[in-house]
Design a protein around this ligand. Structure first.
Ligand SMILES: *Cc1c(COP(=O)(O)O)cnc(C)c1O
Length: 246
C-alpha cells in the first residue's frame, strides 16, 4: 500500500482505503469486489460531512437515530429523490417514530418484531408504497443488543416477507466485539446470519426471493464479514475517524 494511503487525512482518502480493504477481502474470499456494497454510517457527523462522502461517490448511508435522520434529510433530499442515494435506518426503531422513518429513509435494516413490521406495513399500504426492510438478528445473544434471536429469525422473516407493505431484502447483524472474542467466534456469528438467509430464500415462501442481502461487518471486522458472504458492510470510524462520545 502506498505510503499516503496508510493514514490519509481526507475523507476521500480514507474512503479509498476502505474500498481497497473491501476489495482485498472479497478477492481473498474468491468473490468479486462488486458483490460487496459500502454503507457509510454517518451517525454524529454533521450534514457537511455527509455531503463530503456523497461527493466521493458514496451512494448508501445509514443513520442510527431518527432525530439525526430527520435533521440531515433536507441536505440529501435531492439525491434521494433522483434515486442516486439510499438512506438506511440502522438503529433501533420505536413505533412512535415510524412516520419519520417513512418520510426520510429508503430502507430499514433493524426490523426485529412482527408488531413493528405490521405497523409499518399498514402505513405503507395506506400510503400506496412499500419499504425495503432487513430483519436484524442478534447472532451473539448479547442482552445489550437488539435483534431477533437466531432461533426465531426464519419465522419472523417469513412472516415479514408476506406483509404487503414491506419488501424483505435481507438480514442485518452486529458482530461479536472483537475484543474478548476470537476471530472464529466473530466469523461463526456471520456464518449464522448467512445460514438464516439461505434457509429463508430456499423456503421459497411468498416474498422471500429478494431477501439475499447480508448487512454485516463494520470498521473492525469487515474482512471477516466479507469472508462469510457480506453483501453490505457498514463503516463509520474508518471513514470519519473516531467518534467523540455522545
Ligand atoms: C456505528 C455503526 C456502524 C459503523 O461502526 P464503525 O465501527 O464506526 O465502523 C455500523 N453499524 C451500526 C448499526 C452502527 O451503529
Amino acid at each position: 500500500m502506498p505510503e499516503q494511503l496508510q493514514s490519509p487525512s481526507s475523507v476521500a482518502g480514507r474512503l479509498a482505503v476502505v474500498r481497497e480493504r473491501i476489495a482485498a477481502a472479497a478477492r481473498a474470499a474468491g468473490r468479486e469486489p462488486g458483490e460487496v456494497r459500502l454503507l457509510v454510517a454517518t451517525k454524529t457527523q454533521p450534514a457537511e460531512a455527509v455531503l463530503e462522502v456523497l461527493a466521493a461517490g458514496v451512494d448508501l448511508i445509514g443513520e442510527n437515530r431518527v432525530q439525526e435522520l430527520v435533521a440531515k434529510a433536507p441536505a440529501v433530499a435531492d439525491r434521494v429523490a433522483d434515486g442516486t442515494l439510499q438512506v438506511h435506518m440502522i438503529g433501533h426503531l420505536q413505533r412512535n417514530k415510524i412516520n419519520q422513518v417513512l418520510a426520510t429513509a429508503t430502507g430499514l435494516e433493524t426490523l426485529d418484531s412482527f408488531d413493528l413490521a405490521r405497523a409499518i406495513s399498514d402505513r405503507c399500504v395506506r400510503d400506496g408504497r412499500t419499504l425495503d426492510v432487513m430483519v436484524q438478528v442478534n447472532v451473539t445473544g448479547e442482552a445489550s443488543k437488539s435483534g431477533v434471536g437466531p432461533e426465531d429469525a426464519v419465522a419472523l422473516a417469513t412472516a415479514v416477507a408476506a406483509l404487503p407493505g414491506l419488501r424483505l431484502t435481507g438480514f442485518m447483524t452486529i458482530g461479536a466485539p472483537l475484543e474478548g472474542a476470537t476471530e472464529q467466534t466473530v466469523r461463526s456469528g456471520f456464518a449464522r446470519l448467512r445460514a438464516i438467509r439461505d434457509e429463508v430464500v430456499a423456503s421459497a415462501a411468498p416474498g422471500t426471493s429478494a431477501a439475499r442481502e447480508l448487512s454485516m461487518g463494520m470498521t473492525n471486522d469487515l474482512e471477516l464479514a466479507v469472508a462469510e458472504g457480506a453483501t453490505v458492510v457498514r463503516v463509520g470510524t474508518a471513514v470519519f475517524g473516531p467518534r467523540p462520545p455522545r
